[in-house]
Design a protein. Structure first.
Length: 206
């Protein structure tokens, strides 16, 4: 089995071009994030790979905790206060993310480690987030039976006590689903990201 190493690019948008030429035998797999599969189609001026045709979704692996943090001396202590402060002080705040259009730029979720910390939708009614999963994909046109077998083996391994403990110890939540469920998830989130990008007026980054 071959894994491609990380490649430099705007928030993970650089897909390995050679992946398109690989046969769907199950020996070449791609560890993906929303940046490459659901966000890139809306924020790249040129897409050399089709995130639907050129990949076979296998399973969602895990999802990290993403939080907004600030210096303790910063006056607001929750998101509602932060929004009000930003409106009252236009142009005076600065922030950092992993990149424009990245999943960190668009997402929210509540952590079981910090139950007292609110989520975006509590301060912004109607807010719907795209998830920030890490997933596993194969080359396009992989046989369904092979895709299901690989996914089942991976999900089984992730849920073994020692493996799950290590994943959760890094503040990730173990997910795991079938290829069909993961494909449906990608379709939903691609549509959601498209609405967010359009509403926010986010422009292509490359």
């Amino acid at each position: 089995m071959k894994w491609y190493s990380d490649r430099v690019g705007s928030p993970g948008f650089q897909l390995p071009p050679m992946f398109k030429t690989k046969l769907p035998t199950g020996y070449t797999l791609f560890g993906a994030t929303p940046n490459t599969q659901t966000i890139r189609p809306h924020l790249a001026r040129v897409n050399t790979l089709d995130p639907v045709k050129d990949f076979t979704p296998l399973t969602s692996l895990a999802e990290p905790t993403i939080v907004i943090v600030a210096n303790p001396a910063f006056p607001p202590n929750n998101l509602k206060d932060l929004i009000e402060y930003a409106k009252a002080n236009p142009g005076k705040l600065s922030y950092a993310t992993s990149g424009i259009g990245s999943s960190h730029h668009l997402s929210e979720r509540r952590s079981t480690e910090w139950p007292e910390v609110g989520i975006v939708s509590e301060a912004v009614p109607g807010f719907e987030k795209p998830s920030s999963w890490t997933g596993l994909l194969g080359p396009g046109a992989m046989a369904p039976a092979l895709a299901r077998r690989i996914a089942a083996d991976v999900v089984k391994t992730m849920n073994e006590p020692k493996t799950k403990a290590r994943i959760e110890g890094a503040d990730f939540t173990v997910r795991g689903n079938t290829p069909e469920e993961f494909a449906a998830q990608l379709r939903r989130e691609t549509e959601l990201v498209g609405r967010i990008v359009k509403t926010a007026g986010i422009q292509p980054t490359e």
